[in-house]
Design a protein around this ligand. Structure first.
Ligand code: AMP
Length: 395
């Protein structure tokens, strides 16, 4: 069954038509810089890549153009449903849902927790319902997979009234990716879907790690928002919250602007002063750029430290799984992190590590004894997971 997958951000709309069973992609596209004179619609179909300027286009114009492309490609009749990525489902959604007026109302109720993401997600749902009224629409939540975390993992040590009255707790994100690679890793290890003690590290521009025990998320590094946890491209990850007051007093900056800096000008970018992109930093570090070297060191150390912390939630370890642009391609980051975690019994296989790039999956550690944990590279495919959930709910 073919599914249209939509991922609407504040200034972009990504779309893909793919077969939910085989993962074959029939058409993929991205409308970017929406609402600006530089807006473009880029798509790939039948081996051809095309980019068309759509100056000033908003989400509505861009999605109409995307649906026109599907029609021209003869794909509209093949669609069985539409799957939407929705970032924040708070505690209201523990799984993907067929979209009804009640579901929309609940997604709206989550807007205060996901003020940047849920409004464009809702806009995408409304436009798709109008343009493709005959199709079942499904919401797939970034937070849903982590709803199995126990209270000790999701509760912050702050006045409990903040949780009760303002929903202040750890939610976790990237759930679709963690769930997808955990399932793939279980299959690669010959484990049943309800077996295994895994650490999944999604390392892209945003980064998070999850402890997956017997197929369920039991702890994760991101929190109330996607700012907590690991060092990311531009996000700091976890820092002492008291630095906000200190920097405000020292510089006169407002707490809002400091939070903006923690989100947009920290992490690899803030440390290196050079780039948020790991590939660029690896090249700079190799050429002797001291701040790029420091950025990579801090990135890998914090990652290893938080992965080690997450093993407490598992009690043992079968495999560490790398995914995302960095996890799937950075031989250097994987080498450093597996090296730092050697005390858990991981022993890098340098040749296998060097081979696992550009979509190649596989084991990157030496087999060891029967109980030794493994490190695996598993390319993520969030669109496919959304398509699979949508197809299951259509059926
Ligand atoms: P994503 O958000 O999943 O697309 O991941 C983006 C990140 O992956 C950026 O930091 C890229 O620099 C990084 N990345 C992609 N390819 C490589 C590579 N060959 N080596 C190191 N990092 C890479």
């Amino acid at each position: 069954m073919n599914i249209l997958v939509l991922n609407c951000g504040s200034s972009s709309a990504k779309f893909a038509v793919l077969d939910a069973r085989t993962g074959a992609e029939h058409l993929t596209g991205n409308a970017q810089r929406l609402g600006t004179p530089e807006a473009t619609l880029d798509w790939r179909h039948a081996g051809q890549s095309v980019s068309r300027p759509i100056p000033g286009a908003d989400h509505d114009v861009a999605l109409r153009a995307a649906v026109a492309l599907l029609r021209e490609a003869g794909l509209e009749q093949t669609l069985g449903g539409v799957g939407h990525r929705v970032v924040h489902g708070a505690t209201r959604f523990a799984q993907s849902m067929r979209i009804t007026p009640e579901v929309i109302a609940q997604v709206e109720a989550c807007v205060p927790l996901g003020p940047l993401h849920n409004p464009p997600n809702l806009l995408g749902i409304r436009i798709a319902q109008e343009l493709l009224p005959g199709l079942v629409q499904v919401a797939v939540f970034d937070t849903a997979f982590h709803q199995t975390m126990p209270p000790r993992a999701y509760t912050y040590p702050v006045p409990l009234e903040w949780l009760e009255q303002h929903e202040v707790r750890r939610y976790g994100f990237h759930g679709t990716s963690h769930r997808y690679v955990a399932q793939k890793a279980q299959a690669m290890l010959g484990l049943a879907p309800d077996a295994g003690a895994l650490l999944t590290a999604h390392l892209g521009n945003g980064c998070s790690a999850t402890a997956v025990l017997n197929g369920r998320s039991v702890d994760t590094t991101m929190g109330l928002t996607p700012l907590e946890g690991l060092v990311m491209g531009t996000r700091s990850g976890s820092v002492d919250p008291a630095l906000v007051g200190h920097v405000a007093r020292a510089t006169g900056a407002t707490p809002e602007s400091i939070l903006d800096t923690l989100n947009k000008r920290s992490g690899l970018l803030g440390l290196s002063g050079h780039s948020n992109d790991m590939r660029t930093l690896e090249a700079a570090a190799a050429a002797g750029h001291a701040r790029a070297q420091l950025a990579i060191e801090v990135f890998c150390y914090v990652l290893a430290k938080q992965l080690a912390g997450l093993t407490v939630a598992l009690g043992r370890l079968d495999a560490l799984v790398f995914t995302g642009g960095i996890g799937e391609n950075s031989v250097l980051v994987r080498e450093k992190v597996v090296g730092l975690l050697g005390f858990l019994g991981l022993v890098l296989d340098p040749e296998a590590n060097a081979r696992a790039i550009r979509g190649h999956d596989g084991r990157i550690t030496l087999p060891g004894d029967a109980h030794a944990p493994q490190a695996l590279v598993v390319p993520t495919h969030e669109e496919l997971m959304i398509a699979m959930d949508t197809a299951a709910l259509v059926a």
